[in-house]
Design a binder for this molecule. Structure first.
Ligand code: PMP
Length: 324
């Protein structure tokens, strides 16, 4: 028998998918870890589970308690599913710039959702800081604190990384992913380097994020902006601190969209914008490294979460973008 134990038992052990069109184009094996197949629909299910179970183990979260988080959506969706499965309440503070699909999904899941204006991290009313203050004021509540709670990257160090290593039989030359909290990038990088220090770990960065310049110059400098959601950062989070980083690749929205539509039309994969950044970076890396290499990245979430945005020509046009 091969039966998973409920929602929680169904998180992880996702397939590693060969992206045929890009593999053939580059002569490399371009492999995508199918995190959109997690039961909550994204890579963030893993972090959400580790954060909640860490709080339970530490005695911080007791039966009937509340999980509070500031999230661009996917972490909140993962947390809301797990809260339902474990009998907790869930309160989500979300910037009002995020897609309606994600807000609707959170509401459907029974989370209390508070959309707030999107303001920079240094502002005390930034959604992340606000969620921390709200959690501190509630009884029997935890702040998931995904950016600086390293239970997040531990999920990827203990599960995503080892799965990639096993699925490739240890034959992985490079790994690239965009970072939101950095949990996925750091956890997988740390695990792969522990198995083979020669694995190249490359940050994929959208415009409007400071990590590319940080890796290249040591300084966080932000230029441009991006329609991608859930990725990019203007600071080094606790999850990113101490992560191996060999290099960075910057991808603009035009290239990310080209890749998203290519994955849809040529590979049959309907993916979100961060996956466009990731796969575009994997292809750029393949071109840098030359044929014969195996490059792994993350297929973060499903494009249906962005139907009204990256798959809506009018919305794209309003952002000065188009697809051919
Ligand atoms: N892609 C999407 C769609 C996300 O929601 C996130 C998480 N915010 C990421 C990528 C990045 O994952 P991480 O937080 O582990 O860096």
């Amino acid at each position: 028998m091969d039966i998973k134990n409920g929602f929680i038992g169904s998180i992880g052990n996702t397939p590693l998918i060969r992206l045929n069109s890009f593999s053939e184009e580059t002569g490399c094996e371009i492999l995508g870890k199918a995190e959109f197949l997690n039961p909550g629909g994204s890579v963030k299910d893993r972090a959400a589970l580790y954060i909640i179970e860490d709080a339970e183990k530490k005695g911080l979260l007791k039966p009937g308690g509340t999980v509070v988080e500031g999230t661009a959506g996917n972490t909140g969706i993962g947390l809301a599913h797990i809260c339902n499965a474990k009998g907790y309440k869930c309160l989500i503070i979300i910037p009002n710039t995020q897609s309606q699909e994600k807000i609707d999904a959170l509401t459907t899941l029974g989370a209390e959702v508070r959309p707030v204006p999107a303001v920079p991290y240094k502002d005390p009313n930034n959604y992340v800081k606000l969620s921390g203050r709200i959690a501190a004021e509630l009884d029997n509540a935890i702040w998931a604190n995904q950016f600086d709670n390293i239970a997040n990257r531990l999920a990827h160090y203990e599960t995503t990384g080892p799965e990639i290593w096993t699925q490739t039989n240890g034959r992985v030359d490079a790994w690239t992913a965009a970072t939101g909290t950095g949990g996925t990038f750091a956890g997988v990088s740390m695990y792969l380097k522990s198995q083979n220090p020669g694995v190249k770990c490359v940050v994929a960065d959208p415009m409007g994020s400071g990590l590319y310049s940080y890796v290249k110059t040591g300084e966080i400098k932000i230029q441009g902006n991006s329609i991608t959601e859930g990725i990019g950062n203007s600071r080094i989070t606790a999850n990113m601190e101490g992560s191996p980083i060999d290099d960075a690749i910057q991808i603009d929205d035009t290239e990310a969209l080209r890749v998203v539509y290519h994955l849809l039309r040529k590979d049959g994969l309907l993916m979100g914008g961060s996956t466009g950044i990731n796969v575009a970076a994997a292809v750029a890396l393949a071109k840098q490294m030359g044929p014969g290499h195996t490059i792994v990245t993350i297929l973060c979430d499903n494009g249906s979460r962005y139907q009204s945005r990256i798959f809506n020509r009018e919305w794209l046009a309003s952002k000065g973008l188009m697809v051919s």
